[in-house]
Design a protein around this ligand. Structure first.
Ligand code: GUN
Length: 291
């Protein structure tokens, strides 16, 4: 069994991005600039956005954090997005989700200029991704593909089971793995799937992205399978200093011995998502997606 080290791989990818920034700078080019809108004070969102800003510093990007209280109107937020769309210095921006209930996330995402949608959430980017055209691909699927590439995991003709059909992870993951270059035979499973256990038992690759802690157990996994764990559920713990620990969607201790490759939680898929966002921002600054 080989552990897929997402933390190390993310650092390597970030170092490569930092190197490109230096090259851009030396050539007198523009420094990539990423902005993030954070609404309210959700603990998870605060942590994620702080990590994104810190990562920008690490690779030499310019970053801008725009904060609003959670009683901001949808109209005001749309106005801010319009300003960012028109800000020529910005290569990309994200609106951290979730948003307060009185604001429509769909409306907000649709208001972002697809050319600056480095989260890859806008329907134009999703559509282009489905069509196999250049597109900003959302960070988690992109990060997983990068781990698969860098660990040289064979995918052609393999049976791949994706558990979870979210717009951000499961659905794009299932499409990308079926595309030319990855060439998997993909089954996308969800809460209404019948005989999930039987389907998983036939899988060469399993991507668990359903958001239920320790859902995937050893009896569901065949010997030699590749298991990618997207889950991050925070649970109380008496054994950690903080009093909390993170659990994935995979019962790691019993599943790992059966795997050829497996991602741990934490330190697997999670760290890759930030590197992917930076990578999309770099692509945007180099006009490599939208010419
Ligand atoms: N909330 C949780 N993950 C993400 C993400 O990747 N992007 C944004 N904008 N919000 C999130």
């Amino acid at each position: 069994m080989e552990l897929i080290d997402g933390k190390k791989t993310s650092e390597i990818l970030q170092d490569e991005i930092a190197q490109e920034v230096l090259t851009l700078k030396d050539a007198g080019g523009k420094i990539p600039h990423l902005a993030a809108i954070l609404v309210g004070h959700d603990g998870g969102s605060e942590t994620y956005v702080a990590a994104k800003v810190k990562a920008c510093e690490r690779v030499g990007f310019k970053s801008t954090l725009i904060r609003f209280e959670d009683d901001i109107t949808e109209e005001k937020l749309l106005q801010s997005i319009s300003e960012l769309n028109n800000n020529a210095d910005l290569d990309g921006f994200i609106v951290q989700l979730p948003l307060p209930k009185h604001i429509s996330e769909d409306k907000i995402i649709e208001a972002i200029d697809p050319r600056k949608d480095v989260d890859g959430f806008h329907a134009v980017n999703v559509g282009r991704m489905v069509a196999g055209m250049p597109a900003f691909i959302s960070a988690t699927p992109f990060g997983i593909l990068e781990l698969i590439r860098r660990y040289k995991i064979e995918t052609a003709g393999k049976n791949c089971v994706v558990i979870g059909r979210s717009n951000i992870v499961g659905r794009p993951m299932s499409i990308l793995l079926s595309q030319k270059g990855f060439d998997c035979t993909v089954t996308l499973c969800h809460s209404r799937t019948k005989d999930l256990k039987g389907i998983c038992q036939k899988a060469d690759i399993i991507v668990a992205a359903l958001g239920i802690a320790e859902f995937l157990t050893a009896d569901m996994v065949k010997e030699g399978a590749v298991v990618i764990d997207v889950g991050i559920t925070r649970v109380k713990s008496e054994t950690t200093k903080s009093g909390w620990k993170l659990l994935g969607d995979v019962k790691f201790d019993e599943v790992a011995p059966k795997c050829s490759f497996i991602t741990p939680v934490p330190g697997g898929v999670g760290p890759m998502t930030i590197a992917s966002l930076l990578y999309n921002t770099l692509l945007s600054s180099k006009k490599e997606i939208y010419k």
